[in-house]
Design a protein around this ligand. Structure first.
Ligand code: MIC
Length: 305
């Protein structure tokens, strides 16, 4: 009932333990607090909170328009509804290294278990689009150093994302990504998110370059094929995210339903696809609120007062 009773510290520890377990951690992207409940119920070990989803949810493109306050607030609302650790996309960290430091502290305050900070210039783009540019190495490293220094809980995960792969064609970009990944780890990154890897061999090259956990981004309609968990595990990937999957599928269903209502004057044919009223109530733990109400109502004030 209400918010999760698992503390942010416990969630961060669970995230660290999951990453150290040697098993691939699958983190689906929650597009709202309720979907985080569903992710937990289905047995996943964690929740991802996508910057693209947070921006798109506001009707905005994912080009760095959202503010730290918006991201921390919404990510916090999602994180508090689940016992699972939640990792949020902190884009470029919302400014200079000093801003990155504040970003990390605000995300800690919001109950997140970790975040990733990338090396794109502003305005940033989706990592799977062309025409991206990255900041120089010095700036990229300072962002990560600032993030690592600012955290108060040593288990808050600082993940460095590098977008450099797609800025240089051929193997040049891959070598640049491996070099940058090594430097980012030296600057304090706990994990690496190599963006827009094309093949499993590319993921493996980054895996071999660093000795911290490596993330794979299985976003649809992007530059990477949708590798299975088994394929990713076989090349040593530790964490896989499905950032926009649930939003895309939910919006797809919403679009089809609106078309059906417009065409047929009823949603009758769509009802079978819906979460039923009772299933929805189950997800929000409706019964627990009723029990709480009854127990408070029946509470007997002890006679000594
Ligand atoms: C991971 C990502 O940064 C996100 O915001 O979720 C996006 C996902 C997407 O646009 O599909 C990305 O840049 O890959």
């Amino acid at each position: 009932m209400l918010y999760s009773k698992t503390t942010p510290e416990q969630k961060r520890l669970a995230l660290r333990q999951g990453l150290a377990s040697g098993r691939l951690q699958q983190f689906p992207g929650a597009f709202n607090p309720l979907s985080a409940r569903l992710i937990q119920e289905k047995g996943f070990p964690g929740v991802y909170i996508s910057g693209a989803v947070l921006a798109n949810d506001l009707g905005l493109p994912d080009i760095g328009l959202t503010t730290l306050t918006e991201v921390a607030t919404r990510a916090g609302q999602i994180a508090r509804m689940t016992d699972l650790p939640a990792i949020v996309d902190a884009d470029t960290g919302f400014g200079e290294p000093m801003n990155v430091a504040r970003t990390v502290q605000e995300l800690e305050n919001a109950g997140l278990a970790g975040c990733h900070i990338e090396d794109q210039i502003n305005p940033k783009r989706c990592g799977h689009l062309d025409g991206k540019a990255v900041v120089d190495l010095d700036t990229a490293l300072k962002r990560i150093r600032a993030a690592a220094d600012a955290r108060r809980d040593p288990n808050f995960l600082i993940m460095a994302r590098t977008d450099i792969r797609a800025t240089e064609p051929g193997t040049g970009g891959l070598e640049a990504a491996a070099d940058r990944a090594r430097a980012l780890v030296d600057a304090g990154a706990d994990a690496i998110f190599p963006e827009a890897m094309g093949t499993l061999e590319e993921f493996k090259a980054i895996r071999d370059a660093v000795d911290v956990p490596v993330l794979a981004n299985m976003t649809e309609f992007g530059k990477s094929r949708l590798f299975t968990a088994a394929e990713l595990e076989a090349v040593g990937i530790n964490l896989v995210i499905y950032p926009v999957t649930l939003l895309r599928i939910a919006m797809g269903a919403a679009e089809r339903t609106l078309e059906a209502i417009a065409a047929h004057g009823t949603q009758e044919a769509q009802v079978e696809e819906m979460l039923t009223r009772s299933r929805l109530y189950e997800l929000v733990d409706y019964e627990a609120y009723n029990r709480f109400d009854t127990s408070v109502f029946n509470f007997q004030v002890p006679g000594r007062y």
